[in-house]
Write a protein that binds this ligand. Structure first.
Ligand SMILES: Cc1ncc(COP(=O)(O)O)c(C=O)c1O
Length: 396
């Protein structure tokens, strides 16, 4: 600003206040709560306008807080580049829009997060993209589902809500032989417990709303992979426009600073709670890949270094028993999310009862007696006591 402030009318001065310029570097990154950036010349503005994820042009294109988060997750996942979005679903939708077009074919596993399935079954069909859903544990099913039109394979391991395991290296090699892009949802595992890119996957995405943010206070998504694919997705992201707020990007980046420590505790508590539940007579099965009784434990042990804090289990008493158990819990709160510092529990059959019939609930793999737990960072003995109290109520 060349004019001195006393020359400015109050309305102008209110806008052109002095911005802080610090000689020292702040330890915590500033939040760049701005939608746009001023550049010193027309030439630089024109360069920034076409730069992929430019952190200094317009926040729908990029922002320094986006760049910090995208780079952090890319580093953790062993990827070249990252891109962030307003939610996990915004990430998947934008990526899929960028990678397939009408007439293409997608192969995905049958057991995955309901929102991801709904994108495939509803939106892609409308856009003229065909799909085949396969049993994720059957590598020959993945291979047999491929056609000359297959462009994309969608993996989620462990899957929501039954913690089923996909042989990630096996699927990635089937895809690679055929020139098909693989996209893996690594939300449940996090890069602390599993790195799909090391196993041959092209792109990894997260609902950063969960473990990456870790505190139930930010909705966000992130995708990482090779620069060329990220650039393709970025181009479409400009049209989809699912922009992550700079403050939410900052919150997720802050969450990531404690990810490794949090996951150590989540892993230990998840394993302890799974072991406890396995010994309860009211429980018919515990879905936790860390248990030797899990049907894909060997694959999980090969590709994961820890098994996380999310698990699910089925009650012999079905719907009524599951509803009673979650209502009897005091520390585990009834809530739809997972991966945060506080422990959460959900009974999918009652949560979806308002919109799905019993048959649809079972067809979606949501057994009436299934309960999903997300073990937080509380002392594990308190969480086990909470489950103990609630399960003991069933006997009455
Ligand atoms: C495994 C998994 N992927 C993706 C999502 C979608 O993420 P978001 O809620 O951030 O859109 C969820 C949400 O529960 C999830 O559990």
């Amino acid at each position: 600003m060349c004019m001195s402030e006393h020359e400015l009318a109050p309305a102008t001065a209110a806008i052109h206040t002095k911005r802080p310029v610090l000689g020292a570097r702040p330890i915590s990154s500033p939040i760049f709560q701005t939608t746009t950036f001023a550049l010193p010349s027309a030439a630089e503005l024109s360069r920034a306008a076409v730069e992929v994820s430019s952190p200094g042009f317009y926040t729908r294109h990029g922002n320094p807080n986006h760049a910090e988060l995208g780079d952090a997750v890319a580093t953790l996942e062993g990827a070249e580049r990252g891109l962030v979005f307003a939610s996990g679903m915004a990430t998947l939708t934008t990526a899929v829009f960028a990678l397939v077009r009408s007439g293409d074919h997608v192969v995905a596993q049958r057991s995955m997060y309901g929102g991801s399935l709904s994108l495939i079954q509803t939106l892609l069909t409308r856009l003229g993209v065909n799909y085949t859903l396969v049993d994720q544990s059957d590598l020959s099913a993945w291979a047999n589902a491929c056609t000359s039109a297959t462009r994309l394979m969608l993996i989620e391991s462990p899957s929501n809500p039954r913690l089923e395991i996909t042989d990630i290296a096996g699927v990635a090699s089937i895809a690679r032989e055929r020139g098909i892009v693989t996209l893996a949802d690594n939300t449940f595992a996090t890069p602390v417990n599993q790195r799909p890119i090391d196993l041959g996957v092209d792109l990894v995405w997260h609902s950063a709303t969960k473990y990456l943010a870790g505190h139930s206070d930010a909705s966000a998504g992130v995708i990482v992979g090779p620069g060329t694919l990220i650039e393709t997705i970025w181009n479409i992201s400009l049209t989809v426009g699912a922009v992550l707020g700079p403050f939410d990007a900052w919150l997720v980046t802050r969450g990531i600073r404690s990810l490794h420590l949090r996951l150590e505790r989540h892993n230990a508590t998840g394993a302890a709670v799974a072991e406890y539940l396995r010994r309860r007579a009211e429980v018919s099965v515990v879905h936790y890949p860390g248990l030797v009784t899990h049907p894909s434990h060997d694959i999980a042990a090969r590709q994961m270094s820890g098994f996380g804090g999310v698990l699910s289990f089925e009650l012999r008493g079905g719907f009524a028993a599951a509803a009673s158990v979650i209502e009897g819990l005091e520390l585990f709160q009834l809530s739809a999310s997972l991966g945060s510092v506080e422990s959460l529990a959900v009974h999918p059959a009652s949560m979806w009862g308002a919109v799905l019939t019993n048959e649809e609930i079972v067809a979606a793999g949501l057994q009436p007696g299934l309960v999903r737990l997300s073990c937080g960072l509380e002392d594990p003995s308190d969480l086990i006591d909470d489950l103990d109290r609630s399960l003991n109520l069933l006997a009455r």
